[in-house]
Design a protein around this ligand. Structure first.
Ligand SMILES: [Fe+2]
Length: 155
C-alpha cells in the first residue's frame, strides 16, 4: 500500500486534483509494453494506474513489490550498463494544470542494486517499505513536490 501527498513548491501546501500516472513491472521484472514503440490495447495493460489526489493532496496505490530487471543492450546513453540489474522501482508522472509536470522513479530503501544503478544512485527518492502481516499489507509512503513552471509566480 503506497501512500503520499503531492505538495506545492513550498513543500508544505497540498496539491488537490493532481493526476498521478503510475506504472511498474510485474514480480518477474517484465513490463506489459516491451519497447517504446509497442502499442497494446488498454485492456491488456498490467500494473498501470492513474489517480487524482484528494482534498488533502493524498494519493494511494495498492499493488505488488515489482521485480528487478536487467538494463537491455543498446539503450542509448546507457550502453555501459547493459545487463546490469536495476533495483525494484515504481515509475510515476505527476501533472497538474498549474505546475511543471514531473516524471520520476521511486525506489525501496535498502535495495542493494540502488548503489550502482545509473538512475537510482544519485536519487533521494527511496522510501521505507514496512513489512505487513497476514492481515495487513506492507506499506510505504513518499511525498512528491511539484515545481513552478518557468516564469510562474511562486506559490
Ligand atoms: Fe522501469
Amino acid at each position: 500500500m503506497l501512500t503520499g501527498t503531492v505538495l506545492r513548491p513550498d513543500c508544505k501546501t497540498p496539491v488537490v486534483g493532481a493526476t498521478i500516472d503510475f506504472w511498474h513491472c510485474d514480480h518477474a521484472g517484465a513490463y506489459d509494453i516491451k519497447t517504446p514503440d509497442e502499442k497494446i490495447a488498454p485492456e491488456n495493460y498490467r500494473f498501470r494506474a492513474m489517480a487524482q489526489t484528494d482534498a488533502s493532496g493524498r494519493f494511494m496505490f495498492e499493488t505488488i513489490v515489482p521485480g528487478r530487471y536487467g538494463i537491455p543492450p543498446g539503450l542509448e546513453g546507457f550502453e555501459q550498463f547493459a545487463g546490469q540489474t536495476r533495483p525494484a522501482h515504481f515509475h510515476l508522472t505527476v501533472t497538474h494544470p498549474i505546475y511543471l509536470p514531473l516524471t520520476t522513479q521511486v525506489y525501496i530503501k535498502g535495495d542493494p542494486f540502488i548503489a550502482k544503478d545509473p538512475w537510482a544512485m544519485h536519487s533521494k527518492l527511496a522510501f521505507t517499505l514496512r513489512k505487513g502481516s497476514a492481515t495487513a499489507p506492507s506499506t510505504g509512503s513518499f511525498d512528491v513536490v511539484l515545481a513552478n513552471r518557468p516564469g510562474q509566480r511562486r506559490s
